[in-house]
Write a protein that binds this ligand. Structure first.
Ligand code: CA
Length: 219
């Protein structure tokens, strides 16, 4: 799980950041002053720091000089909107800059972009010799690209997200086709056949009697 350190002394803003980022699937720690922030970064591993400029103790710029050699991406969060401050932050090595008040959607987009740019997110899922890049939607088998239809791709992702778990045909249909299952299993069966053939997964996608299918992966 991606860990984010929030350094912000305004409690309502720290809480808002914490809640929004936690809801988006990140793990967050909040610290309200510069000195404790420096300690936290030495004690724990963080993938990203959200750093307020105006802080008790040492300010965000001083902290940035401390964090920069550690190679942890930093996004400045500040009420100041002057160009001078923005340039100073970026020159010190910050990866981005957000001016309060900000929209949560904007914050999440910036966090995602910085993490991606710093290769902190892994967009690839693998099983055996098959790799899926969920950002580019490119599927490869032993390094060779495999052409899948949109439904086959979604079906593959569903299996990869549920390795070694038996999936009911009904569940597969509802998740991949986003329609209510009316009891006709031929569509699901046909797509599973096609996926098995394209990936060489005749054995790997096992039929589960009276249930559906299971992707069997030993890792
Ligand atoms: Ca502040």
């Amino acid at each position: 799980m991606i860990k984010i350190l929030i350094v912000e002394d305004e409690r309502p803003i720290a809480d808002l950041l914490d809640m929004s980022l936690t809801a988006a699937g990140y793990s967050c720690d909040c610290i309200d002053n510069g000195l404790d922030a420096a300690d936290a970064v030495e004690e724990k591993h963080y993938d990203l720091i959200l750093l307020d400029v105006m802080l008790p103790g040492s300010d965000g710029f001083e902290l940035m000089e401390y964090f920069a050699p550690l190679q942890i991406p930093v996004i400045f969060i500040t009420a100041r909107s002057s160009v001078k401050d923005r340039i100073r932050g970026l020159k010190l090595g910050a990866d981005d800059y957000i001016v309060k008040p900000f929209e949560i959607a904007e914050l999440l987009a910036r966090v995602e972009t910085v993490l991606r740019r710093c290769h902190k997110t892994d967009s690839r899922i693998t099983a055996g010799d098959v790799t899926v890049d969920t950002q580019s939607r490119v599927v490869t088998r032993a390094g060779e690209p495999v052409q899948l239809t949109a439904k086959e791709y979604n079906l593959l992702l569903l299996f990869l997200q549920n390795k070694n778990i038996a999936l009911f045909r009904e569940t597969i249909y509802e998740r991949v086709w986003e329609n209510e299952y009316m009891g006709d299993s031929r569509t699901v069966d046909l797509h599973v056949q096609r996926l098995r053939k394209k990936l060489g997964w005749q054995e790997k996608i096992a039929a589960v009697y009276k249930v559906g299918y299971r992707l069997e992966v030993r890792e």
